[in-house]
Design a protein around this ligand. Structure first.
Ligand code: PEP
Length: 259
């Protein structure tokens, strides 16, 4: 039995942005988001050097902010790493962990992603735990096995109470930045599967938001967000264009509880 949950739309800027263009983008997003219904939540995950700028421009707005990764360590001699607590110092509330680009280019294992999830939770950040299969894995029929194992590894390290505080993002690797989104039926099937794994961890965990990510744009957002187990989106490329990102947020509003 599906249940309507509030929608969440989060931008993942990746390694994009400069001070001047960020200011324009953040101000436009803050203003546009202010017109959305209360049950649509909006966030942006920015490169760490821009956290201060983001905080000063978004504070007092409807939009929350966060980082795209956290260190598995709390502090110490880990050159180049950013601790979860450092993001909190800039009033961040979100942390993406386990993005497929980090799994692929930085060889992050699901075990490491689980530790990073714990680090985020310990300091009060909401981890957005990314899972997703490659095209090869999908074609081999192992999507559920792959995303199930990625999620289970994280859930295994968390109490049910902590697990209820995460967000999951299903991001098929073949759909990220390619312009080729999963169809709403394909995405819904995986989301329903992930929801069943979450539910196995406890009743409260079953209601964890499960976002879809992978070439979401204004043209396909509403169809995706209408699916019963798609609670919003993690948006890459389209989050860098204020009008596109806001159109996606409005699609979330059109499909939200109040919409
Ligand atoms: C992402 O990288 O999280 C993502 C979903 O990218 P895009 O929307 O550009 O496919």
């Amino acid at each position: 039995m599906s249940k309507q949950r509030a929608k969440l739309v989060v931008g993942n800027w990746k390694m994009h942005g400069r001070l001047a263009e960020n200011a324009t983008l953040l101000q436009a997003v803050a203003q546009g988001a202010g017109e959305l219904p209360a049950d649509v939540r909006v966030g942006v995950c920015v490169p760490c050097p821009y956290l201060g700028q983001t905080q000063s421009l978004l504070e007092g707005s409807k939009v929350v902010w966060g980082v795209q990764d956290v260190s598995a360590f709390t502090h110490g001699a880990y050159t180049g790493e950013v601790a979860a607590q450092m993001a909190v110092d800039f009033a961040a509330t979100l942390a993406i962990v386990g993005h497929s680009e980090r799994r692929a280019y930085h060889r992050e294992s699901s075990e490491l992603v689980a530790v990073k999830t714990q680090r985020a939770l310990e300091v009060g950040l909401t981890p957005i735990v990314c899972v997703g299969e490659t095209l090869e894995e999908r074609e081999a029929g192992s999507t559920e096995q792959v995303v199930g194992a990625q999620l289970d590894e994280v859930l295994a390290k968390l109490s049910a109470e902590d697990a209820a505080r995460i967000v999951v993002a299903y991001e098929p690797v073949w759909a990220i930045g390619t312009g080729k989104s999963a169809t709403s039926d394909e995405a819904q099937a995986v989301h329903a599967f992930l929801r069943s794994r979450l539910a196995a961890k406890g009743a409260a965990v079953a209601d964890v938001p499960v976002l879809y990510g992978g070439s979401v744009k204004p043209e396909n957002a509403e169809e995706l967000f209408r699916e019963p187990d798609i609670d919003g989106g993690l948006i890459g490329g389209a989050s860098l264009k204020d009008q596109d990102f806001l159109a996606i947020c409005r699609a979330a509003a059109a499909t939200s509880v109040a919409g």
